[in-house]
Design a protein around this ligand. Structure first.
Ligand code: ZN
Length: 136
């Protein structure tokens, strides 16, 4: 990860810490993260159902593991299950909801004196090491 990304992540976490007056309780932070995560889910669903700017092919047969197909083949077959493009309204809402999730993740990290940048680096290293076996 570049120094620029480190700086942005650290600056974001510091900005959250300096401007967060109402989310100091870890239980509230956890509840708010769950709430904004649910809003993100709802926004994606509404983009498909209410707005209609995207369509989601929920058939996951192509994603399921078949013993005859190795994981590299599944990656190559990866069909884009979302068709269409987000309209500006849906895109703005999804970005806002992802930002809210990041905000509460920063709050939780601050409560435990964890550095988001280190969390990201550890996760990235795990992904790089485990590769296709990075399944939780
Ligand atoms: Zn839309």
């Amino acid at each position: 990860m570049s120094n620029l990304n480190n700086t942005i992540t650290e600056e974001f976490q510091c900005t959250v810490k300096e401007n967060d007056y109402f989310n100091k309780n870890i239980l509230e932070q956890l509840a708010k993260l769950q709430e904004v995560s649910a809003k993100l889910n709802k926004t994606v669903i509404r983009a498909c159902t209410y707005c209609g700017c995207i369509e989601i092919n929920a058939n996951n047969k192509l994603y399921s593991y078949d013993g005859d197909i190795n994981l590299d083949m599944i990656k190559l077959l990866d069909p884009h299950h979302i068709s269409g493009d987000l309209c500006e309204d849906c895109k703005d809402l999804i970005e806002k909801n992802i930002g809210s999730c990041l905000y509460y993740l920063a709050c939780i990290s601050n409560s435990f004196d964890l550095k988001l940048n280190e969390v990201l680096l550890k996760e990235m290293n795990k992904i790089n090491i485990l590769g296709k076996f990075n399944i939780e």
